[in-house]
Design a protein around this ligand. Structure first.
Ligand code: ADP
Ligand code: MG
Length: 241
């Protein structure tokens, strides 16, 4: 049995906007095992990004507990959250979030330089990470000279370079064409299968969610249902109505 990586217990998150309270999450209880590939689906405004921010240690719940590897991170200070985030979690975004007119290599080195890793070591790790995502020999291309698919590869290499336990991706193929999306999803799938990295990915496309081994559907801040892979395959083959 694989160990539990993430344990969410009755998580809520209320945003205060002027006089108004917005209940973005209304009681999320869920576990993610180490090595899972979790898809999160749901309509716009359902709370997906709010949940990703909490799991990614960018935000804390209003109520409820969040344990990451048995540590209660929902009680952490902002500083402790930042340390946990930098050490253990890699992020990939729909809009890539790369530094403009900067080389692939420099983008990937950056998290290591922030973490005070010596320059030479940072460079070696960045080269390795870029090779893993299929960008060997393209390390010195600048971000304004590469395609969207290559930009997302750079972003994945940057997420990977700190050797995280968990990679979180919010609509990572949202700006990519179908063929490129399949290539990018292949990278996530192989990081999950071959390196055992836990992946959590938000998408609203069923084709993309099909790469996950389990999918939760969120609506109005609660988990509406969960699919496990066996069921998804059957549904896509039309065997389950
Ligand atoms: P999704 O990612 O599924 O589109 P979000 O988590 O972004 O949903 O938003 C969930 C709800 O919380 C929405 O009603 C949204 O308007 C609200 N919300 C999200 N972020 C904030 C914020 N920073 N301040 C106020 N309300 C917010
Ligand atoms: Mg969102």
């Amino acid at each position: 049995m694989r160990p539990v990586l993430i344990r969410l217990e009755d998580i809520t998150r209320t945003y205060h906007v002027g006089e108004v309270d917005v209940d973005a999450l209304c009681g999320i209880t869920y576990q993610v095992l180490q090595g899972d590939f979790l898809g999160i689906m749901g309509p716009s405004g359902s709370g997906k990004s709010t949940l990703m921010n909490i799991i990614g240690c960018l935000d804390r719940p209003t109520n409820g507990s969040y344990f990451l590897s048995n540590e209660e991170v929902s009680k952490f200070s902002k500083r402790q959250l930042a340390i946990t985030r930098n050490k253990r979690i890699g992020f990939v975004f729909q809009s890539f979030n790369l530094l403009s007119r900067t080389t692939a290599l420099e983008n990937v080195e950056l998290p290591l330089l922030y973490a005070d890793i010596p320059t030479k070591e940072a460079r070696e790790l960045a080269y390795k990470s870029l090779e893993l995502v299929g960008l060997k020999d393209r390390e010195l291309r600048k971000t304004n000279q590469i395609s969207g698919g290559e930009m997302q590869r750079v972003a994945i290499a940057r997420a990977l370079v700190t050797n995280p336990t968990l990679i979180m991706a919010d609509e990572p193929t949202g700006n990519l064409d179908t063929k490129t999306s399949i290539e990018i999803m292949g990278i996530f799938a192989s990081l999950n299968k071959e390196k055992g990295i836990t992946v959590i990915l938000v998408t609203h496309e069923a084709d993309i969610a099909a790469y996950a081994n389990r999918v939760i559907h969120i609506r109005d801040g609660v988990i509406e249902r969960e699919d496990i892979k066996r069921d998804i395959r059957k549904i896509s083959k039309g065997e389950v109505s």
